[in-house]
Write a protein that binds this ligand. Structure first.
Ligand code: FAD
Length: 547
C-alpha cells in the first residue's frame, strides 16, 4: 500500500545531478518547499574529475554533488535517496511514487533524470567507459592531449568526433568498423592527417585495467592510449509517459522538448539538464536547472496571485478558494488569514443558499465543515442550532469566535481546528453543511467524507464552486493521458477535482440511503469589499439521509 509522505511540496525534482540540485538550490533559496529524489547514478560517475567547470575545475563528480546536496539542505531543501517509479497527475499537481512505496505530492514537477549513454556493443568499451573510453573532447580532450587516440567508427557521428579530437592530438586514428567512409569524409580525415584502419573491431585490449589498444577482426592490434566513441544519448523519459511526456528523436539520441526556460508541453512539468539537452555539460545542466527553477517559482507566484485576486474579489472563505494546487495545510491557511488578504476573507453574511435551503429546518446539531470566519455557523447558531464550526486555519477560527461573541451565540458554537481531509471523529450531526470548502483531497471524496458525518434523518447541504472559467487556470491537465477530469466537465477542462457538478455529486448518493431534495447549478453576481463585481458559479446539493 502506497504511503503518502507529508504535505504537498511546491516542487518535486526527479534526479539529483547537476541540473536537479541546482534547481533545488534556487527553489530552496526562493523559500519553496522542494524535494529531490535521486537514484544516485549521475552520468559522469565513472569519471575522475569534472572538467571545464569554472571555479571548480577538476573537482570529483562525487564531491561536486555532495557539496551541492549540502547547499540544498542548508537552505531547507529535502533530498531523498531513492528511485521514482511512477508519476501521475492529481488535483493538486502530481503524485510521485518511490520504489519503497512512499508517495510525494507536488504542485510542480521538474524532470532532471539525465540520459543513458547507449554504448557500442564492443567488448571492453563498457569496462573502460569514462576512463579509457571517452566521448567528449571538452570533458577529456586536455587529459589525452598529444596521446594516441583511436576513434571507433560505430556511429555516423564518429567522423565528426575524429575531427574534433584532432584539435587535441596529432595522433588520431579512425577505425572504420567495416563501414566504408564517404569520399568527402575520407578527404577530411586525410587532410587532418588522421589515419584510417579498415576492418571490424573485435575488442579493446586492456592490460591491468589500462586500455592499451584496439583489436581488429583480423587480429591486428593497434596501440592506443584512449578510445573515443559516439554514444546514443537517450533521455530517461519512460517514467513520465503516464503524464504525457515523451522523447523527441535527435540524430544523436532522444530528448524532452522544452521552451527556452525548461517548460515542457505538459503544464506544470519542467525538464532540465541532459534530459532536455543531451549536449549539456555540467555547467550547462546546472544553469538549465537554475533557470527552470526560477520559472517554476514565478509560475507559482503568478498562480497564487491569481487565486488571491479571485479570493479578494469574491470574499471566498478559507477552504473555498479555487486554488486547487495550494498545499492547503495549516501553515498555508494561517498565512492567508493573517496576511495581506486577511481583511478580504470571510464574509459576515451567511451564504444565500444556506439561508434558502435550511431556513425551514427545525434546529438540532449542526456541523459547518470549512467554516472560515464563521458567518454560516453563527447564522445557524442564531437560529437555535448547536453548531460545530471546523476549519484548518486557527486565525480564521479566532475571528469566528470573536464574531460569535459579538453575535451573542458563543454558547451555541464550538470551534474545532481540523484538517478536513484527515479529521477523524465519531460525531453525527442533524445538519452538515459545507460552503466552497476544498481540502487537499479530491472534491468528491471530500463530499463522501462530509456525508458520512450526517446522522440518520439528517440533512447534508453542499455548496461548491463550479469552475466554468477553467481556461484561466494554466494548470489543467486535460491533454495529459492518465488524468481523470471531473465528470461532466471534459469540454472546458476544470482544474482537477476542485469543481464538481450537481450530477457528479448526486451520483455519489445511494438512493436507498439518501433522498436528494435540491441539485442545482446557478450563478450570481456579487460585489467584493473593494467594489469589484464578480459572477460566481455555484453548485448546490441538499439531501436527507433516510437511515
Ligand atoms: C564519462 C563522462 C564524463 C563526463 N565528464 C564531464 C566533464 O568533465 N565536464 C562536464 O561538464 N561534463 C561532463 N560529463 C557530462 C555530465 O555527466 C553531464 O553534463 C551531467 O551529468 C548532466 O547532469 P544532469 O543533472 O542532467 O544528469 P545526471 O548527472 O546524469 O543526473 C541525473 C540523476 O537522476 C537520477 N535519476 C534518474 N532516474 C531517476 C529516477 N527514476 N528516480 C530518481 N532518480 C533518478 C540519476 O540516478 C542521476 O543521479 C561527462 C559525462 C560522461 C558520461
Amino acid at each position: 500500500m502506497a504511503e503518502q509522505t507529508g504535505a504537498i511540496r511546491d516542487t518535486v525534482i526527479v534526479g539529483g545531478g547537476a541540473a536537479g540540485l541546482s534547481a533545488a538550490l534556487t527553489l530552496a533559496r526562493a523559500r519553496r518547499s522542494v524535494t529531490v529524489v535521486d537514484a544516485g547514478e549521475p552520468r559522469n560517475a565513472p569519471a575522475d574529475g569534472v572538467h571545464g567547470l569554472l571555479g571548480l575545475e577538476g573537482v570529483s563528480p562525487v564531491e561536486l554533488l555532495a557539496r551541492g546536496r549540502d547547499e540544498v539542505l542548508g537552505y531547507g531543501g529535502e533530498i531523498l535517496a531513492g528511485e521514482v517509479v511512477d508519476v501521475s497527475c492529481a488535483s493538486y499537481g502530481f503524485s510521485v511514487v518511490l520504489r519503497d512505496g512512499a508517495v510525494l505530492r507536488a504542485r510542480r514537477l521538474l524532470i532532471a533524470t539525465g540520459l543513458i549513454d547507449e554504448l557500442p556493443d564492443i567488448p571492453g568499451v563498457r569496462e573502460q567507459w569514462g576512463r579509457g573510453v571517452l566521448h567528449c573532447p571538452y570533458c577529456h580532450g586536455w587529459e589525452v592531449r598529444d596521446r594516441r587516440i583511436g576513434v571507433l567508427g560505430t556511429n555516423p557521428m564518429a567522423v565528426h568526433k575524429a575531427m574534433l579530437f584532432r584539435q587535441w592530438s596529432p595522433d588520431v586514428v579512425f577505425f572504420d568498423h567495416d563501414r566504408p567512409l564517404e569520399a568527402q569524409d575520407r578527404a577530411k580525415l586525410d587532410a587532418l592527417g588522421v589515419g584510417v584502419v579498415a576492418g571490424k573491431i573485435a575488442r579493446l585490449e586492456i592490460d591491468d585495467d589500462q586500455l592499451t589498444g584496439v583489436r581488429i577482426a583480423d587480429e591486428t592490434v593497434v596501440a592506443v592510449d584512449a578510445v573515443v566513441v559516439s554514444t546514443q544519448m537517450v533521455a530517461r523519459t519512460e517514467l513520465f509517459a503516464s503524464i504525457g511526456i515523451k522523447a523527441s528523436p535527435h540524430p544523436a539520441g532522444a530528448f524532452i522538448e522544452t521552451d527556452q526556460f525548461g517548460a515542457t508541453s505538459v503544464p506544470g512539468v519542467w525538464a532540465a539538464g541532459n534530459s532536455s539537452d543531451i549536449g549539456a555539460q555540467v555547467g550547462a545542466a546546472a544553469a538549465a536547472g537554475a533557470l527552470a527553477a526560477q520559472h517554476i517559482n514565478t509560475d507559482l507566484i503568478m498562480k497564487d496571485l491569481d487565486h488571491a485576486v479571485t479570493a479578494a474579489a469574491t470574499g471566498t472563505s478559507s477552504e473555498g478558494s479555487s486554488a486547487v494546487e495550494h498545499t492547503f495545510d495549516n501553515e498555508y491557511w494561517d498565512q492567508i488569514w493573517t496576511g495581506d488578504r486577511a481583511a478580504a476573507m470571510g464574509s459576515s453574511q451567511p451564504n444565500p443558499h444556506l439561508v434558502r435551503e435550511v431556513g425551514d429546518l427545525a434546529p438540532g446539531t449542526a456541523l459547518e465543515a470549512g467554516c472560515g470566519a464563521g458567518a454560516e455557523a453563527i447564522w445557524l447558531a442564531g437560529r437555535g442550532w448547536q453548531v460545530t464550526g471546523a476549519d484548518i486555519a486557527a486565525a480564521a477560527l479566532e475571528r469566528a469566535a470573536e464574531r460569535a461573541a459579538d453575535a451573542g451565540v458563543t454558547e451555541r458554537v464550538q470551534w474545532v481546528q481540523a484538517d478536513l481531509s484527515t479529521w477523524e471523529h465519531d460525531n453525527r450531526y442533524d445538519l452538515v453543511t459545507t460552503h466552497y470548502a476544498h481540502p487537499a483531497m479530491p472534491q468528491l471524496d471530500f463530499y463522501d467524507r462530509v456525508a458520512s458525518w450526517v446522522a440518520p434523518a439528517g440533512t447534508l447541504l453542499i455548496v461548491g464552486h463550479l469552475h466554468h472559467d477553467a481556461a484561466a487556470d494554466g494548470h489543467k491537465h486535460g491533454s495529459a493521458p492518465g488524468h481523470e477530469g471531473t465528470p461532466g466537465h471534459e469540454s472546458d477542462g476544470p482544474p482537477g477535482s476542485a469543481s464538481a457538478t450537481a450530477a457528479s455529486i448526486t451520483a455519489r448518493f445511494d438512493p436507498a440511503q439518501w433522498e436528494v431534495a435540491t441539485a442545482v447549478e446557478s450563478h450570481r453576481t456579487i460585489s467584493s469589499p473593494r467594489g469589484h463585481e464578480t459572477t460566481i458559479h455555484d453548485v448546490v446539493v441538499r439531501a436527507t439521509r433516510r437511515s
